[in-house]
Design a protein around this ligand. Structure first.
Ligand code: GCW
Length: 734
């Protein structure tokens, strides 16, 4: 029998590599399909003409190296082009005459190209330019910037254009970020639990740091740099002073060293009582000299280890956290003392305005404004006041926080929540950029003129240098980082809006869908609509018509409109809906209610004071109205409440049906994940409708409206449900 010719091991290896490559191309997706690669999937491009154009464009790439940031930018370009084009690009150092693509800071461009590129002033410190110019009679795409950081962002922008198969024909754009400080707030504890986190544990493995650098840290930095996020607050605002001690600062340094090439600064939360807890002092009074000196020494210690440390984020005198008021001092005293400590090192203080006091019986929605507005203009230049989008607490919908229209002499930065504490955890598909857009576009009428919230936070309205926007992260150790595959879209969208608060949520949705799943129009168009509609859907089945804060207590999982016995009234639900036999809603008008509307500019207050003028979706935020109140569609308030809940449920059914049709465009594993999550979302949407309408029916005494599916269970069933281990909160907090 003829012996089988033996194959030389090298040929065997080559053969198996070719076979693997063939199989990969067959599946069309060599990437992990578990979501780990986020939106940086760099899938092989499908559109032939576009692919050919890109191949031509990348025939001769000139990308001078030098420094860590250009190194990671070159690596990313290499990774992206290899994945999308299947070519291993050669990135040559010198800029030659036959270049097709040039990536270089302005100072490294030859004079002839500097002239063609034009003035880079507009790009500033972090911006960049993408421009096709004619050089030696040939088109050359030039990506340039004033700094390596700008070039890094320009590289990611090119890759995004390619991933979304955009034409680069006659490309000419200059991009600069609209805000300076673009950070993620991680409510991560040192024991690796994440407060209000629903994607596993904290990705910071404090136990193994500083020596062990998890690949996740690098991929985290890449993902953030790709959307222009330039800062990360590693620790929870319910702060632990331990993170400021030497052993932990070494760990923090290790993370800062990983993030630095990606132009991401590290910040820490500063527990106001740290001088007592770790410094041996007997006070943390900000006007006490010893305390001020302690913080200056601490800042110097940190900056010795981390020269580009961003600064501190502080939650003070809020929900039991220590602060200046413990010593009869005010927020400006506290913030300015910390600001003085970091100022010599170029650091900043982000001081949160999320305050409400158990001693203050006024409407909780009014308390932050009352506490901070009197100090307008009294904060140091390196202090930013970090204000939640609404005056209560990251609800599915809130009117914009009145502070945004009331502190012209203080830099206010936005705090959005990306983690879905009140929006279905990592189980419900809710595209949050739609909500962020609604808030940013709201007109505060500050100084009586068109003054959107976006203009307040990006500095357009004030001569204030410092501007910022923060998002409470939804990131954890789950393989896909955010628990729900679509949670990634909220991280992505937050970053894109932080860079440019004027972007549309539709544009962001389409971009993310194309980068993550498919460029096929048959997928992108219907899924963009689904994402953009998903936020209104969750409002409809959780808190329709302006209802708010009616979730279950503690973990905030599921409905709890009956919650009434809590350590303080404004931690209950009845405090907010005020349902009684007469009607429902929180009267915040000046004439008959709490007067919270007076904290808005007159042009805004006039609308909110009038039930007829108030937008339907905020009706019960500002008014207590009779169950039989006739609304513009001819139905009563009670009928509209029930039918809006039903609409929300029906819209989730539609989401499920639409998602089923998307199977051809999404890998099997993630398609199944989202299908299962949508099943839960539908179940929970029904739960919200049934529990809330059954509870409210006790007061309205009216039959459920025609068209609303009747609840299957009695109220007692919904009230009996208990979830002691719902994620995101330690049982001890209950
Ligand atoms: O929404 C509430 C959360 C708390 C959080 C607090 C805050 C970090 O329930 O878990 O604490 O807001 O924003 O400080």
């Amino acid at each position: 029998m003829q012996s089988i010719p033996s194959i030389h091991p090298n040929n065997l290896r080559l053969f198996s590599l070719l076979l693997l490559l063939f199989l990969v191309c067959l599946t069309g997706n060599s990437q992990a399909t578990d979501g780990y690669n986020l939106w940086l999937t760099y899938r092989p491009l499908q559109d032939k003409p576009i692919t050919d154009t890109y191949k031509k464009l990348t025939e001769k790439i000139c990308f001078p190296a030098g420094g860590q940031t250009l190194e990671v930018a070159r690596d990313e370009l290499d990774r992206g082009l290899s994945g999308m084009l299947g070519t291993t690009p050669s990135l040559q150092e010198e800029i030659s005459d036959n270049a097709t693509l040039i990536l270089a800071t302005y100072s490294r461009l030859p004079a002839r190209l500097q002239k063609k590129v034009g003035d880079m002033e507009m790009a500033g410190e972090e911006g960049y330019l993408l421009k096709v110019v004619k050089d030696k009679e040939r088109p050359v795409l030039v990506i340039s910037a004033n700094t390596d950081t700008g070039l890094l962002y320009g590289t990611f922008h090119l890759l995004r254009l390619m991933q979304t198969e955009k034409s680069l024909e006659n490309m000419s754009l200059v991009q600069t970020p609209k805000t300076d400080i673009r950070v993620l707030n991680h409510w991560d504890n040192l024991d690796r639990t994440v407060e209000r986190g629903y994607a596993g544990f904290s990705i910071w493995n404090w136990h193994k740091l500083p020596e062990y650098i998890d690949q996740r840290y690098i991929d985290y930095a890449r993902a953030n740099a790709s959307i222009g996020i330039n800062g990360t607050v590693l620790t929870n605002v319910n702060a632990n002073a331990l993170v400021l001690t030497p052993a932990y600062l070494q760990k923090v340094k290790a993370l800062a060293d990983v993030f630095r090439p990606y132009s991401i600064k590290v910040y820490l939360t500063a527990r106001f009582s740290a001088p007592i807890e770790t410094g041996g002092l007997d006070t943390a009074d900000p006007l006490n000299e010893e305390v001020g000196a302690w913080w200056q020494h601490k800042a110097a210690e940190i900056y010795d280890l981390i020269p580009d440390f961003g600064g501190f984020l502080v939650k003070a005198n809020s929900e039991g956290q220590p602060g200046p008021q413990n010593y009869g001092r005010n927020h400006a005293d506290g913030a300015n003392m910390l600001a003085k400590a970091v100022a010599p090192h170029g650091g900043i203080v982000m001081w949160r305005a999320f305050v409400y006091s158990e001693h203050d019986v006024t409407d909780r929605a009014m308390q932050a404004y009352s506490e901070f507005v009197p100090y307008d203009g009294q904060f140091a230049d390196n202090v930013l006041i970090q204000v939640k989008n609404g005056a209560i607490d990251f609800q599915p919908r809130e009117p914009f926080h009145p502070m945004f229209g009331a502190m012209p002499d203080t830099p206010l930065m936005m705090e959005f929540q990306i983690t879905q504490e009140y929006l279905g955890f990592s189980t419900h598909l809710v595209f949050l950029p739609k909500m962020y857009e609604e808030v940013l576009d709201a007109d505060t009428y500050r100084d009586g003129k068109e003054a959107t919230v976006a203009k307040v936070i990006d500095g357009t309205l004030t001569n204030k240098e410092l501007t910022g926007i923060a998002g409470v992260a939804n990131i954890g150790t789950d393989r896909n980082w955010t628990g729900h595959p679509f949670g990634q879209a909220n991280w992505y969208g937050f970053g894109r809006l932080a860079w440019n608060p004027y972007l549309s949520s539709e544009e962001i949705a389409a971009e993310w869908l194309q980068m993550t799943f498919s460029n096929d129009e048959a997928f992108v168009t219907p899924m963009t609509d689904m994402l953009v509609d998903s936020r209104e859907t969750v409002v409809k089945y959780m808190t329709p018509l302006g209802l708010h804060h009616i979730m279950d207590a503690g973990h905030h999982y599921g409905p709890g409109p009956w919650i009434k016995d809590m350590p303080r009234p404004d931690w209950t639900s009845v405090y907010y809906h005020k349902a009684d036999s007469a009607g429902i809603g929180f009267d915040r008008t000046v004439a008959t209610g709490s007067g919270a509307t007076a904290q808005y500019a007159p042009e805004v207050a006039e609308i909110f004071n009038d039930a007829e003028e108030t937008p339907r979706e905020l009706l019960l935020w500002f008014h207590h109205l009779p169950w039989g109140y006739k609304m513009e569609n001819g139905r009563t308030l009670w009928q509209n409440l029930g039918l809006t809940y039903q609409e929300g449920v029906d819209e989730v059914k539609e989401m499920e049906a639409r998602w089923e049709k998307m199977a051809p465009y999404v890998n099997k594993q993630q398609h199944e994940q989202v299908s299962m999550l949508l099943d839960i979302q539908l179940k929970e949407a029904k739960w919200w409708k049934n529990a809330c309408m059954t509870y409210f029916q006790q007061f309205s005494g009216r039959p459920f409206p025609e068209g609303m599916e009747k609840p299957e269970k009695p109220l007692s069933y919904y009230q009996s449900l208990s979830f002691p281990y719902a994620p995101g909160i330690r049982p001890s907090w209950d």
